[in-house]
Design a protein around this ligand. Structure first.
Ligand code: FAD
Ligand code: NAI
Length: 470
């Protein structure tokens, strides 16, 4: 390996975990290379995940509003039409611009971008099968594995990305399906189900457990399901899918109650499989480097993101935990700072999660269920958007803010919001948690009037029974 092919740090995978680490490594003076096989940077998130799904969520919400939501404001519209090709073109344009932007970031931070598939041939050597043809062998003083995740499916179900689709097919359907069956009532199923429901599909969600979004605060999840049902979603809970068979029109899904009982079937034009994602290390040849993975394929790391091989690190979806872009980014930055002898750290209590439906659902920290199970005494404060002036003016009064604080110290332990702008609102509470804040700190922070953010202050006041606006 020549000097040009020897690096202080080689990053495998150009997603949020990988590219953010590359930027930080460049800033810290590491000679860095990033290997990505997709042909564009940005990983799952930019190419087929966060960004295209949000472009479609926003566009479909505008279509829905133009059709049904403007009359109450005295805005009359007629002849509203869907141009799905134009909607998809908007999505693709956004993705194209952002992935190019990441490529520019690599140049700016003097990171070598190698377009190809990386594979360990030893603990310090990586062979890249170049997309352009041929191979390039590089030497890595340190390696960061950020190869992300891929869709999981169920036994016997074959995803063809046309009729039986994963999220990747579901963000690129050529026409609006009349009916869509979603297997798995988690984040992907409910976000992409919302997109197609707004564009005219009849959406049925089949969920194995007795509630949707099972890890979410129970009260929020119940309200969320009610609001989605009002929008036309049908839910089959505690239901086990036993098979998906292609038909002339689409596919037939067979299912039965988890507790046992009569088997049934339902046909739909398109079936979306969204039952979770798995760690992706296919073809990486971890064995050649001596890197160990855990039982479900997730790479095992210590609190410094080090694998069992000390100079090989891993971050993001491939190490498990929350599968979120910003979690991968924070881990990547922390790992690189640790490599540089600094004190990189991720505060997992302050990582927000957002479901970008309408209303949005956002959370940070612990749920009531988790605190009860852990035997931690807590108080809650809750404020509904029906009592918030700005939400009323905007006719977006669905949902509430709930803040959970330690019963003794008043320190904020968690927050759960269901509401039109919940995804932005949760940031304030995440900041408060990062600063070790108490509910009283939020309660005494002046909030502009009239804003939806006042509902956060009111919920914080509610922790101590001092709500002012209701
Ligand atoms: P990835 O983004 O998966 O990147 C890994 C990259 O590594 C891939 O590009 C892959 O091609 C490459 N790679 C793998 N193996 C090799 C190899 N051997 N050689 C070279 N390259 C390789 N998260 C959010 O926070 N907010 C959202 O709104 C959100 N929406 C989502 C919507 C959908 C439909 C999906 C599927 C996911 C969504 N996520 C969202 C999750 C988010 O995309 C992931 O958490 C995030 O992308 C993880 O980043 P990562 O860097 O760990 O992995
Ligand atoms: P998920 O884990 O959110 O939901 C999967 C759902 O499928 C769960 O409710 C689970 O109980 C159910 N399920 C599992 N097996 C089943 C079966 N056999 N039959 C019926 N239901 C079954 O996973 P999802 O939606 O696939 O998303 C994957 C990851 O992508 C998530 O972990 C999420 O973090 C990330 N993501 C994040 C987004 C965001 O932050 N807004 C958006 C989309 C994805």
């Amino acid at each position: 390996v020549s000097g040009d092919d020897a690096f202080d740090l080689v990053i495998i995978g150009g997603g949020p975990g990988g590219y953010t680490s590359a930027v930080r490594a460049g800033q810290l003076g590491f000679k860095t290379a990033i290997i990505e096989k997709r042909g564009t940077l940005g990983g799952t998130c930019l190419n087929v995940g966060c960004i295209p799904s949000k472009a479609l969520l926003h566009a479909s919400e505008l279509y829905e509003e133009a059709q049904h939501g403007l009359g109450k404001f005295g805005v009359k519209v007629s002849g509203v039409e869907l141009d799905l090709d134009a909607m998809m073109a908007h999505k693709s344009k956004v993705v194209g611009e952002l992935t190019k932007g990441v490529e520019f970031l690599m140049k700016k931070n003097k990171v070598t971008y190698i377009v190809g598939t990386g594979r360990f041939t030893g603990p310090e050597t990586i062979e890249v099968s170049l997309n352009a043809g041929g191979t390039r062998t590089i030497k890595a003083a340190r390696t960061l594995i950020a190869t992300g995740s891929d869709v999981s499916t169920l036994p016997g179900i074959k995803i063809d990305e046309k009729t039986v689709v994963s999220s990747t097919g579901a963000i690129a359907l050529p026409k609006v399906p009349k009916s869509l069956i979603v297997i798995g009532g988690g984040v992907i199923g409910l976000e992409l189900g919302s997109v197609w429901s707004r564009l005219g599909s009849k959406v049925t969600v089949i969920e194995f457990l007795d509630r949707i979004t099972p890890n979410m605060d129970g009260e929020v999840s119940k309200n969320f399901q009610r609001l989605l049902a009002k929008q036309g979603f049908e839910f089959l809970l505690s239901t086990k899918v036993t098979g998906v068979t292609p038909t002339k029109k689409g596919a037939t899904v067979t299912f039965e109650p988890v507790a046992g009982g009569e088997a049934k079937s339902l046909e739909a034009d398109v079936v979306l499989v969204s039952v979770g994602r798995r760690a992706y290390t296919d073809g990486l040849n971890l064995a050649a480097a001596g890197v160990e993975a855990g039982p479900r394929g997730f790479i095992t790391v210590d609190s410094h993101y080090r694998t069992n091989v000390p100079h090989i690190y891993a971050v993001g979806d491939v190490i498990g935990g929350l599968m979120l872009a910003h979690k991968a980014e924070e881990e990547g930055v922390a790992a690189v700072e640790i490599m540089a002898g600094q004190h990189g750290h991720v505060n997992y209590d302050a990582i927000p999660g957002v479901i970008y439906t309408m209303p949005e659902v956002a959370n940070v920290g612990r749920t009531e269920e988790e605190l009860t199970a852990a035997g931690i005494a807590y108080k809650t404060g809750k404020f509904p958007f029906t009592a918030n002036a700005r939400a009323k003016a905007n006719a977006q009064t669905e949902g509430f803010v709930k803040i959970i604080a330690d019963a003794t110290t008043d320190r904020i332990l968690g927050a759960h919001i269901i509401g039109a702008d919940a995804g932005n609102m949760i940031a304030e509470i995440a900041t408060a948690i990062e600063f070790g804040g108490a509910a009283e700190d939020l309660a005494r922070t002046p909030h502009a009037h009239p804003t939806e953010m006042e509902a956060v202050r009111e919920a914080a006041l509610g922790v101590d029974g001092r709500i002012r606006q209701m």
